[in-house]
Write a protein that binds this ligand. Structure first.
Ligand SMILES: Cc1cc2nc3c(=O)[nH]c(=O)nc-3n(C[C@H](O)[C@H](O)[C@H](O)COP(=O)(O)OP(=O)(O)OC[C@H]3O[C@@H](n4cnc5c(N)ncnc54)[C@H](O)[C@@H]3O)c2cc1C
Length: 485
């Protein structure tokens, strides 16, 4: 961990304050503590926090910060679950929450220019009058920022049919670590040259800060049907997921909850879920009327061949909203069980879903932990939630040990480290389980092109970066040891 002297901190604060004004630069201990953590289990202390009002202030903040040889971290709403926005090495946090405007809508071209701090759901609300929306819908969409979505290449229930964030980003204006501004991608149908936009999406703040984004807007579907399918056996639920995809159907969403999740969610959200079911599937189909009805019939048929108990189709919009209210509030519901929870994110081949789920229960039981499963089954994207009380001595360590075993079980089944939450700090030191040293060195070289001094969100994603040596961390050990809380 780099130590900065008081004189160095004062000089940096003075330069930032002179350039941006005192209201934009926060040094107060409480504020620094608040911006030191995201929604993961990790935290660190930033030197200070900058709240720029526009792209030119972001550029000035980056130029001044890196001019002092200091690292910086972009931050949206801080809902990230992988520690991506945690400021290591006393980094300066540059938060985009004040840059939250919808700048321009091109209804014919079905695109919009937005500032990075706009909230995901606010964007969809603001373009709703045009019959359009932004398709990626993380469960955190009421509070997470578009910039965070871009940086984490976020997904959501409706990304099964519509694709994750990268499929909806046309261009990104980026302030690079040297303070210069570049435009990656473009709004023309086929921008020429390398797809640097594609490289930036999912780069978790390690290549620079997005200050303006051109997003693709999706027409609201004319017909939507939502089904709730419940099963006595989790295997039947998982077989139904595979059966639906094997039948060539691509629902807009295909979500699964296990019995424990249904119980917890129902008690909180009163969504009308059957609490005696072992597994519940929430399936949504959209498109043109006759095609939608045909898909509903075929899904029901697949479910019946897999011993479904009940096929319930939401009768109206109110019932549909109630069914979704349960799923979208699942994490809030879990938060009522114990003071803490650790939400995991791995992907496994759909065919391995039941096998890995069984292993997840086994791992939790072995450690004496409660686990709840709510996940994007259609994508094979698992989200085991370990619910615990960090005040009990040794509990946090136990949860992290179980977490590592869940990651290993997913990789053993041919899966990957993360479906949507990113690598950040949480899974940085697991990267070696998936990539060879050569692969990682190659990724590091790509990063260096944008950030040769590694000042943009240092020590994230790639293990064993230059500053890790300073901090005494090494690949293969738990991510950010000492930074965990
Ligand atoms: C209850 C809950 C449910 C969630 N559900 C989902 C889900 O369904 N799907 C999903 O994918 N995720 C989900 N998440 C995770 C999280 O909401 C997403 O990763 C989200 O996109 C993060 O946005 P944010 O604005 O909070 O970003 P932050 O947490 O502030 O930052 C996340 C990363 O983005 C970088 N970043 C932020 N802004 C910029 C910028 N302007 N330029 C460059 N880098 C930037 C940060 O440095 C950091 O690395 C959930 C989180 C919670 C708490």
């Amino acid at each position: 961990m780099a130590e900065w002297t008081d004189a160095e901190n004062r000089a940096l604060t003075d330069d930032l304050t002179n350039a941006l004004g005192a209201r934009q630069v926060r040094t107060d201990g409480l504020e620094r503590a608040l911006y030191g953590r995201d929604s993961s289990t990790m935290e660190a202390e930033p030197s200070l926090v900058v709240l720029p009002r526009d792209a030119s202030e972001v550029a000035a903040a980056v130029r001044i910060t890196t001019g002092h040889g200091r690292p910086f971290v972009a931050r949206g709403s801080g809902t990230g679950l992988a520690g991506g926005a945690v400021p290591l090495d006393g980094a300066v946090v540059i938060a985009t929450s004040r840059m939250n405007r919808l700048l321009e809508v091109d209804v014919t071209g079905r695109l919009a220019w937005v500032e990075p701090g706009i909230l995901n759901l606010d964007l969809s609300h603001q373009v709703a009058a045009h019959g359009l929306h932004f398709a990626p819908d993380p469960s955190s969409q009421q509070v997470c920022s578009l910039g965070g979505n871009v940086a984490n290449n976020s997904g959501g229930p409706h990304c099964l049919a519509y694709g994750v964030t990268s499929a909806h980003i046309l261009a990104v204006e980026v302030v690079l670590p040297d303070g210069s501004t570049v435009m990656l991608g473009g709004v023309t149908a086929e921008p020429s040259g390398y797809d640097l936009r594609g490289l930036f999406v999912g780069s978790e703040g390690t290549l620079g800060i997005a200050t303006r984004v051109a997003v693709r807007l999706t027409p609201n579907p004319p017909t939507v049907r939502t089904l709730l399918l419940d099963f006595d056996d989790t295997d039947d639920g998982a077989a139904t997921v595979s059966g639906i995809i094997a039948a060539g159907l691509v629902p807009a969403a295909l979500e699964m909850m296990d019995r424990r999740a249904v119980e917890v969610v129902e008690a909180f959200a009163h969504a009308g879920y059957p609490t005696d079911a072992e597994a519940v599937l929430l399936v949504e189909v959209d498109g043109l009327g006759p095609g939608v009805q045909e898909a509903v019939d075929r899904i029901a048929e697949v479910a019946r061949t897999n011993s479904v108990r009940t096929v319930r189709v939401a009768a109206d919009e109110a019932e549909r909203q109630a069914l979704w209210r349960g799923r979208k509030n699942a994490f809030g519901a879990v938060a009522r069980l114990e003071p803490d929870y650790y939400l995991h994110d791995t992907v496994v081949p759909r065919a391995a879903l039941t096998r890995v789920l069984r292993r997840v229960y086994e791992i939790a039981d072995n450690h004496g932990l409660k686990v709840i499963n709510v996940f994007h089954a259609g994508d094979g994207n698992l989200h085991p939630i370990l619910s615990y009380d960090s005040r009990i001595s040794g509990m946090t360590e136990k949860v992290h040990r179980a977490g590592r075993e869940i990651v290993e079980a997913s990789l053993d089944a041919g899966g990957v480290l993360s479906g949507e939450h990113g690598i950040g700090l949480e899974k940085r030191d697991y990267m070696g389980l998936m990539f060879s040293a050569d692969d990682l060195a190659e990724q590091d070289r790509v990063r260096s092109v944008f950030d040769p001094r590694r000042l943009s969100n240092p020590d994230k994603i790639i293990p064993g970066g230059s500053r890790c040596a300073d901090a005494g961390w090494s690949a293969g050990t738990r991510a950010g040891e000492g930074a965990w809380v």
